[in-house]
Design a protein around this ligand. Structure first.
Ligand SMILES: NC(=O)c1ccc[n+]([C@@H]2O[C@H](COP(=O)([O-])OP(=O)(O)OC[C@H]3O[C@@H](n4cnc5c(N)ncnc54)[C@H](OP(=O)(O)O)[C@@H]3O)[C@@H](O)[C@H]2O)c1
Length: 270
């Protein structure tokens, strides 16, 4: 009998991570739900799901979590949050923490996943990026920078790991209705103050972004896409998910930088 393939999903407690854990467990994978809140998985512990306490910002926590893993076929790097701040207002901690979670956290986990995949003869790494990994927006500069970085990591790792039969892909979601806008958008106090010189921009853009996320696509779409990537050895390097990303990413490629910027300004009234 063939052994069940083992998948590790980071940021598993809510949103796309949780939807992916649920979906892949139903498809018969053995799923390790890597999370800061393993207690939130009692309802999903159906034999195929193991919740593993994991803090991707802490190298020791990542290393000791991997001591419990002896086989890994698929890694879904999903954990992430968004800093909403002007560059002028953000402080050192906010700036570093955004990269610590979205980029260095992803790399810390990937670093330990690679040798297990090599040992097993291959694997698949799927990075949850964002359409903001290809498109810039004001107030989201640091989040943008991390997701552009995730795109770069994906491109480089594809070369580095191809000889070991390890595929690397990125998914660029548009807006998805998860906990992201409710719990994981961190706002800078000065940027959101009524006295901020950016108050006009903030009052136009921030509510639209929150509204678009909270009325966005269903996280199950991403879970199904992840399953398709795992199953299809010829799947392209990157793929968009959700309506807005599928509209804006091709437009970004077709238009000049200036024309694209004009379209975004018109769209958001900024
Ligand atoms: N929702 C959208 O519109 C959207 C669009 C494009 C891209 N994305 C990306 O999709 C991924 C999943 O987000 P989601 O939409 O499913 O949002 P979500 O429901 O907020 O889930 C994000 C998960 O990331 C983990 N996380 C958040 N802040 C963290 C921190 N400071 N340190 C460590 N882990 C942290 C949490 O996992 P644990 O609590 O389990 O540790 C959380 O469950 C993220 O990388 C996000 O950037 C989202």
């Amino acid at each position: 009998m063939e052994c069940k393939k083992v998948v590790l999903v980071t940021g598993a407690s809510t949103g796309m991570g949780r939807a992916t854990v649920r979906f892949l467990a139903r498809q018969g994978f053995r799923v390790i739900a890597a999370t800061r809140s393993p207690e939130s998985f009692t309802d999903l512990s159906n034999g195929n799901v193991t919740a593993l306490a994991f803090d991707i910002t802490d190298p020791k926590s990542v290393r000791s979590a991997f001591e419990h893993i002896d086989r890994l076929d698929i890694l879904v790097n999903n954990a992430g949050y968004g800093l909403v701040s002007t560059v002028e207002d953000m402080d050192e901690t906010e700036m570093l923490e955004q990269f610590n979670v979205n980029v260095f956290g992803l790399l810390r986990v990937t670093k330990y996943a690679i040798p297990l995949m090599r040992k097993g003869g291959g694997g698949v790494i799927i990075n949850i990026s964002s359409f903001l990994g290809k498109i810039g927006l004001p107030l989201l500069t640091m989040y943008n920078a991390t997701k552009y970085a995730v795109e770069g990591v994906t491109d480089s790792l594809r070369y580095e790991l191809a000889d070991f039969n390890i595929r690397v892909h990125s998914i660029l979601p548009g807006f998805f209705d998860t906990q992201f806008a409710r719990s994981n958008l961190v706002t800078n106090e000065k940027t959101f103050s009524d006295h901020s010189p950016y108050a006009g921009m903030v009052s136009k853009l921030a509510p639209q972004i929150v509204e678009q996320i909270n009325h966005g696509n269903d996280a199950d779409e991403v879970a199904r896409l992840i399953y398709r990537i795992i199953e299809d050895e010829n799947f392209p390097a990157r793929v968009t998910a959700g309506e807005k990303a599928s509209k804006f990413i091709p437009m970004r490629k077709e238009l000049s930088d200036e024309d694209f910027e004009r379209r975004v300004r018109e769209y958001y009234g900024i």
